[in-house]
Design a protein around this ligand. Structure first.
Ligand code: PHE
Ligand code: FE
Length: 268
């Protein structure tokens, strides 16, 4: 295990410029309006509970007080993407690594790498939800195990299609919980309202077989019925699943199987 502290930095909240705070506010207001009837209720509740308001870039010290009180999670500041083992070790101990930099004003709509808006606005509200908070810890432990078993590629797809790009079915229609979607203006609308992408009922092995795109909107989204379902489906030991996955072929991001159960998108 690498030295965890080697990858920790100070947020240095006092050093953000007024322009940087204003970029946060712009992104926040845009997403708040778009997500009102598109994000799932736990996300909206989490956002409110954290007091991540339009005031500007949040100070991790204040955010951590609320988060620790809610679910005993904490944010740690990191310079960018950290090695897999470091990332999983943090999650396994209920610490979420977040970047500190914010995108430039000419990058409001799209950015290749995660910035503080994606990491905090996108991820942290769901960590206020007790079941999702436990799922993320379990995922971290599962990641350390997948590393030992050389199965990270399969497990990474689960993170991608749930934590980053997950959808949930509710009585009001399909709603978003994935952080990669909630932090993107275009994809928040596309994933629910565009007729193009597949919206497939969540199936653990199906998800772990499916490759993903990192350079465009997703061709397929996986829809859970509840966070309990997600948590329970991922409780069993994955060792036999990995053995089975070794025999199954990978699927293209847009693949369709006869066993897939499809969900209708929401009317625009
Ligand atoms: N149960 C999984 C395993 O044994 C760990 C895990 C939990 C993975 C939750 C993902 C999400 O490997
Ligand atoms: Fe992310």
């Amino acid at each position: 295990m690498k030295d965890l502290e080697q990858f920790e930095i100070e947020q240095e909240w006092a050093s953000y410029t007024p322009e940087q705070h204003s970029i946060w506010r712009t992104l926040f207001h845009r997403q708040e309006a778009i997500l009102a009837r598109r994000a799932c209720q736990p996300f909206l509740d989490g956002l409110k509970a954290l007091g991540v308001e339009a005031g500007g870039i949040p100070d991790f010290r204040r955010l951590n007080e609320a988060l620790e009180r809610a679910t005993r999670w904490r944010i740690v500041a990191v310079p960018g993407l950290v090695p897999d083992d470091v990332f999983f070790e943090h999650l396994a101990n209920r610490r979420f690594p977040s970047t500190c930099f914010i995108r430039r004003a000419d990058q409001l709509d799209y950015l290749q790498e995660p910035d503080i808006f994606h990491d905090i606005f996108g991820h942290v509200p769901m960590l206020v939800n007790p079941i999702f908070a436990d799922y993320m810890e379990a995922y971290g432990k599962g990641g350390l195990k997948a590393l030992r078993l050389h199965n990270l590629e399969h497990l990474a797809r689960l993170y991608w299609y749930t934590v980053e790009f997950g959808l949930i079915a509710t009585p009001e229609g399909i709603r978003i919980y994935g952080s990669g979607i909630v932090s993107s203006k275009g994809e928040s609308i596309y994933c629910l309202e565009d007729p193009k992408p597949n919206r497939i009922a969540f199936d653990l092995l199906r998800v772990m077989r499916t490759r993903y795109r990192i350079d465009d909107y997703q061709e397929s989204y996986f829809v859970i019925d509840s966070f309990e379902q997600l948590f329970e489906a991922t409780q069993p030991d994955f060792t036999p699943y990995y053995a089975e996955l070794a025999r199954l072929s990978d699927l293209d991001p847009g693949a369709v199987l006869t066993s897939d159960r499809f969900l209708e998108g929401n009317p625009a």
